[in-house]
Each structure stands twice: as C-alpha cells, then as structure tokens.
Write a protein that binds this ligand. Structure first.
Ligand code: ATP
Length: 140
C-alpha cells in the first residue's frame, strides 16, 4: 500500500512529520479524507480534529484552523495551532472554555462575539481530542 508524506506545522513548530496511510482533516464543510494520490488541493481548515492513520496506528490532533495543501507527493497542514492529544493541557482548555462561556453569557461592552465563539470551539475540540487515546487498530 502506498503512503503519503504529511507535515503538520504551526507558526512556532513542526508538530508532525511522517509518511502516513491517510488523514482526515477538519474541512469547513465537514471532515475531509485524504488518501495517497489525492488530486492536488488547497483548502481552508476549521477548528476541529485531525486524524492520522499509519498501519494499525491512529493518532489525533486538535487543530485551531488553518490551511491544507495536497501536493502530488505530500500534504501540508499549516495550522494556526495544533496539539497532539497527549500534549493537550486539559485544565488550560477547561479554563479557556469557562472564560469563553462567561464572556458569551455576560456579553461585556466591546466584546468580540466571534472571537469568543472561536475560543469556545477551540477549547471544546481540545477537550474532545484529549480524551482520544492513540490506539492500535485491529488488523482489517
Ligand atoms: P488559551 O486561552 O488557553 O491561551 P487559546 O485557544 O487562546 O487558549 P491559541 O491561541 O489557540 O490558544 O493557542 C496559543 C498557543 O497555545 C498554541 O501554541 C497552542 O498550541 C497552545 N495551546 C492552547 N491551548 C492549549 C492547551 N489546552 N493545551 C496545550 N496547548 C495549548
């Protein structure tokens, strides 16, 4: 089976770099599955979960929006923020969630509603992805 090179980078660091069998990325209109030999593509990513499969290994990353580029021989995810499930600080995400919910409920003067909504979404995705355990799937 062929593989495809995947790089997940943020403005700060490289979060993931390896040959993979497939990925499922958070497109704006739902999850977007990319297999080797996918047609070249450039698209915007939303706040969501990135699933990466290699053999029986499955990994999960939280993505805070960005871009996905599919080139003939590789895929680049340029993310505003990206964390592997095991690197997510759950208490920090809980605190961010509470802050965003409080701000949305109280609607203080000058509040940026869209920013609060995006912050809430990032925190919820981080909390969801943090519960994912990297796993070894059964042979199919
Ligand atoms: P916070 O309000 O807690 O900073 P945020 O959603 O505003 O959350 P971002 O602007 O998306 O944070 O990210 C800033 C940096 O902090 C990025 O490098 C991101 O990967 C990291 N980060 C944010 N929240 C977490 C978390 N809960 N666990 C690990 N890293 C995090």
């Amino acid at each position: 089976m062929s593989t495809i090179k995947l790089d997940v980078v943020t403005p700060e660091e490289s979060v993931f770099s390896d040959e993979v069998d497939m990925l499922v990325a958070p497109g704006l209109e739902g999850q977007l599955g990319i297999l080797p030999h996918h047609t070249p593509l450039m698209t915007i990513l939303g706040i969501g979960e990135l699933i990466i499969r290699k053999g029986k290994d499955e990994q999960f990353l939280a993505i805070g929006g960005g871009f996905l580029e599919v080139l003939p021989d590789r895929v680049i995810v340029l993310a505003d923020a990206a964390e592997r499930a095991e690197d997510i600080d759950v208490s920090r995400a809980e605190a961010a969630k509470e802050r965003a919910q409080k701000s949305m409920a109280e609607r203080p003067e000058g509040m940026d509603a869209a920013a609060a909504e995006a912050a809430l979404k990032r925190s919820l995705i981080r909390l969801k992805v943090a519960t994912r355990r990297r796993r070894h799937r059964q042979e199919m």
